[in-house]
Design a protein around this ligand. Structure first.
Ligand code: ADP
Length: 523
């Protein structure tokens, strides 16, 4: 029992631990998914910037000049990019090398245009993007002079302007390529949700989540077993501005309020194994306990049987010894009447001994299915009267045996065994019914079956034993003293023989109100 509790506790501990490990895995996986979603947003952002930049650099108001130096080394030739936009003339050129230009030119594709190459380069070459943005920004200033007046009024320097101010000042510039999307925060959230959902789907992590955006970094908070959240990532992929180049920075994290079912689903195999282990442990233990109980009962029955048999065998042997000694030593042979009495006693003791041996042999025979029935027609009245007469002869008690027959003249059965089983029942009725046994034997023709009943006025049989008395060796315990001798084999023999004839045997009994054994045999 203790080991079972141990196993169950271990299983529970194991499952809880497995849950914790899976929860950590889940947290790590969703974090990776969030990073990937962020990367996807970034990629999207750069793709859109690429389109915008190429278009802007192709604007006829923007002039780009690329000069190469005359140098001996054709590979590492210096290359200078000079830009002018609208009324802004060319300023200091941006210097790089031929090698860099050719590298990005190959990256774009087979026949790249200059704006395409310069756009691609600006993603990687430090300072180049800033160089363009100055020119493109001034172009915007010329196009939207009123809005830029407002910006300047807010802040004279071209540095970062907070999001809310920027959005307010931005009105009227919606069509500018540098303008924010009108609902940028909602758009960001939709985009990130889309990419994160796709990423979660890919990894079979279908837990509901929501995104949390904030303009300032928030405290990471302690990890909890009840819900999950990813790390906070800076999100700035929503269009780009001249001021600050890129738009305002958000901080985004995904929150999973109920990750249980995903985690538990990933643990279904562990649960299944645990349940199988617990169930098999319980059934194993149950089987073991039942087996031990059965063994113990068998050992008790065996001890009882040996005790009873010793008594049963010793009594006739002792009586016979005394009778023979009497005949030998005390000249009983000269007294014919005494001789007769001694011989009669010896004979009846030998009959008892024979009965006993037959009972044991019968048991062993039907245990190995060796009993073969020889069926014959049996006259009921004749058989029962004979049984009653011999039973009365056998006992010293004053027995009253009442016999009633209700229309049953013959049955087909094995004569010897059928007689034996009736003898067993009447024997028991006499044995267990105190000093004045009153027995009623009834035979009844019930149409398709013959019913025999043997009823006594004995002590009765407790309900809990009424089934068990038909088991081999089972005797109702009466403490250590058995005042009525027996082997516990009689009723099991009765049951075996009745069933071999296709019949049934039952008992009706109340404590202190006698017992009735009822046999029903097919006709
Ligand atoms: P036994 O040799 O002990 O009589 P049985 O198989 O004939 O063996 O009976 C089994 C047990 O059933 C008996 O030990 C007894 O306790 C109980 N029993 C059988 N018949 C009666 C009866 N007529 N009245 C009370 N108890 C009975």
């Amino acid at each position: 029992m203790l080991s079972l509790i141990g196993i169950v506790m271990f299983q529970v501990y194991w499952c809880v631990n497995a849950y914790k490990v899976n929860k950590k895995n889940f947290d790590a996986n969703v974090d990776v998914a969030m990073q990937k979603a962020m990367d996807d947003c970034k990629k999207d952002y750069f793709d859109s910037i690429r389109v915008v930049l190429v278009r802007r650099l192709s604007d006829p108001r923007v002039k780009i000049r690329i000069d190469t130096m005359h140098e001996a080394d054709t590979v590492h030739k210096q290359l200078s990019i000079t830009m002018s936009a609208g009324h802004w003339g060319a300023g200091t050129p941006f210097n790089t090398t031929n090698l860099v230009y050719n590298y990005y030119s190959k990256m774009v594709g087979p026949h790249p245009t200059v704006p395409q190459v310069l756009t691609e380069m600006s993603f990687y070459v430090p300072g180049l993007f800033n160089y363009y943005s100055i020119y493109l920004g001034t172009l915007d200033q010329e196009t939207y002079p009123k809005q830029f007046e407002k910006f300047k009024a807010y802040n004279n320097t071209y540095i970062f302007v907070p999001e809310d101010v920027m959005l307010k000042l931005d009105s009227g510039m919606d069509n500018s390529i540098y303008g924010f999307p009108p609902n940028c925060r909602k758009a960001d959230s939709l985009k990130l949700t889309k990419y994160l959902s796709a990423e979660l789907d890919k990894n079979a992590l279908h837990a509901p989540f929501f995104l949390h955006f904030s303009t300032k970094p928030t405290n990471p908070g302690k990890p909890s077993v009840h819900y999950s959240k990813t790390n906070e990532y800076s999100y700035k992929y929503h269009g780009f501005k001249v001021f600050g180049i890129i738009g305002p920075e958000f901080f985004a994290r995904a929150v999973f309020p109920s990750p249980y079912h995903v985690i538990l689903r990933s643990m279904s195999l562990i649960f299944l194994l645990s349940i199988v282990l617990i169930v098999s442990s319980i059934t194993g233990l149950d089987y073991l306990i039942k087996l031990i109980q059965k063994q113990r009962k068998l050992a008790e029955l065996k001890d009882d049987f040996i005790n009873n048999m010793t008594h049963e065998l010793k009594t006739p042997i002792a009586t016979l010894t005394v009778a023979i000694e009497g005949l030998q030593k005390f000249n009983a042979l000269n007294d014919p009447e005494k001789t007769q009495r001694y011989l009669q006693t010896s004979r009846s003791e030998l009959v008892r001994l024979n009965d006993l041996v037959t009972k044991v042999l019968n048991i062993s025979a039907f245990e190995h299915d060796k009993i073969s029935l020889v069926k014959d027609s049996i006259g009921i009245d004749e058989l029962l009267k004979d049984v009653i007469a011999s039973e009365k002869l056998k006992t010293d008690k004053p027995v009253e045996i009442d016999y009633k027959n209700n229309g049953l003249s013959t049955i087909i059965a094995d004569k010897v065994h059928f007689r034996n089983l009736l003898v067993n029942l009447v024997d028991n009725a006499i044995k267990y019914s105190g000093d004045h046994p009153q027995i009623t034997i009834t035979a009844l023709n019930a149409g398709t079956e013959a019913i025999f009943s043997v009823k006594d006025n004995g002590p009765g049989i407790p309900k809990s034993h009424q089934q068990l008395i038909f088991d081999k060796f089972h005797r109702i315990p009466t403490g250590n003293v058995h005042n009525v001798k027996g082997t516990g084999l009689g009723l099991s023999y009765v049951k075996y023989i009745v069933e071999a004839h296709g019949g049934t045997v039952t008992v009706k009994s109340e404590i202190n109100a006698g017992s009735e054994f009822i046999i029903s045999m097919p006709l």
